[in-house]
Design a protein around this ligand. Structure first.
Ligand SMILES: *Cc1c(COP(=O)(O)O)cnc(C)c1O
Length: 379
């Protein structure tokens, strides 16, 4: 088979991300029953590698794999790690933390939805006051990089507060893990999570929670709110058998194993430097065209740029999107209820040259639809 035949698309959406051909091709393997020792060995290594990515001590931290998209991890953590008669505190300044609130609502869990404006960082004094006034909070949850806006939340500080008040801290790191360096212990994280198609640049369908073995073991006797999505049950099965409780996404696991090889070969620091390069190239291109972004530059996580629609009657996101899509570049709508935005993301196996190529096409789209350049805003 000729790898060069796979068309290379540049995905500037917030995941799934552009993958290498070697990761794509890693899915083409001889058929295997995932209950074979050979497959369990593969998953063991994969689980150890995931803990290593966040610099966790393998004696104290463990990763648990699931078959599903990234939202499954939020579901798993919240439904599995809340003791009886306790409360969840969600620190919510965007769409992905709002999703955690919805999960609490669906399971009927006592929770506090502590909302902050989507373009601001959470006020730590308010977080502390809430913890002080609600000693029954046992689980604090937030999102590291709010993918809807690209704002970076101060997880280390929030984690310190959670621990000070005796709560477990779960962080949705889906749009930072394996890109922006994370140190699970130094960052005061008890549980973080991601899915294989974002930072790892692998395939969709494999997700994982990385966290404290001790806390998972303590959760054995917590109320059971889900069967398929219970953290302890899946952990325990892995520990006893080395396998997923139910059928794993076999070929997706092979792709993830290859993606990890490529992750170590590139290296944490070099990979983060590359994402930063892409992010800066995105800003440079936007600045040249006069676009405004939503989040203060110094608060951005360095991976997602949320851009305001210009005030031009000829601007039509769908048309611009289709123009770029037909030429191999995918841009993505925003996720803020109060403003019309679109997003350009620095994920995936791409580099700054791809961003320069993108801006040539994007400028072509603006020109084709008679959007005035530089773009303008009424206020
Ligand atoms: C992508 C993402 C998810 C997962 O979304 P799915 O559609 O379930 O894959 C969760 N949290 C954050 C912060 C994300 O960026």
């Amino acid at each position: 088979m000729n790898n060069n035949q796979i068309k290379r698309n540049i995905l500037l959406n917030p995941g799934p991300s552009t993958t290498t051909d070697t990761v794509k091709m890693a899915q083409i393997v001889p058929d295997i029953c995932p209950r074979e020792k050979e497959f369990a060995k593969l998953m063991k290594r994969l689980r150890e590698d995931l803990v290593k990515i966040v610099h966790g001590d393998p004696d104290r931290y463990v990763s648990v794999l699931f078959c599903g998209s990234g939202t499954l991890n939020i579901d798993v953590c919240i439904n599995s790690l809340l003791p009886a008669d306790k409360k969840v505190l969600v620190i919510n300044n965007g769409a992905y933390s709002a999703r955690a609130v919805e999960i609490c609502q669906y399971y009927g869990l006592p929770h506090i939805d502590l909302q902050f404006p989507s373009d601001l960082r959470p006020d730590l004094a308010v977080v502390e006051k809430t913890l002080q006034e609600n000693p029954d909070i046992a689980l604090v949850h937030t999102t590291h990089n709010e993918t809807g806006t690209g704002i970076l939340n101060p997880i280390r500080e929030i984690g310190a507060l959670a621990h000070q008040y005796g709560a477990v801290f779960t962080v949705d790191t889906t749009s930072t893990l394996a890109m922006r360096p994370i140190d699970i212990e130094a960052d005061n994280i008890d549980f973080c999570m991601a899915s294989a198609q974002k930072g790892l640049m692998a395939m969709t369908g494999l997700s994982f929670v990385i966290g404290s073995r001790k806390i998972i073991e303590a959760s054995k006797d917590y109320p059971k709110r889900s069967y398929y999505c219970n953290l302890y049950l899946q952990y325990d099965f892995f520990e006893k058998t080395g396998e997923m409780h139910f059928t794993p996404p076999v070929q997706t696991v092979y792709a993830a194993v290859q993606a990890l090889k490529e992750y170590w070969a590139e290296g944490e620091e070099a990979k983060w430097a590359r994402h930063t390069r892409i992010f800066e190239a995105i800003h440079e291109g936007l600045d040249k065209l006069g676009f405004q972004d939503v989040i203060r530059r110094e608060w951005q996580a360095g991976l997602v740029v949320s851009v305001l629609y210009p005030d031009d009657p000829n601007w039509d996101f769908e048309k611009i999107h289709d123009f770029c899509y037909e030429r191999g570049f995918t841009i993505y709508p925003g996720k803020i209820s109060t403003a019309n935005t679109f997003r350009l993301c620095a994920l995936g196996a791409i580099d700054e040259q791809d961003i320069r190529d993108f801006f040539r096409v994007f400028t072509g789209a603006l020109s084709a639809y008679h959007v005035a350049m530089p773009v303008h805003y009424d206020k």
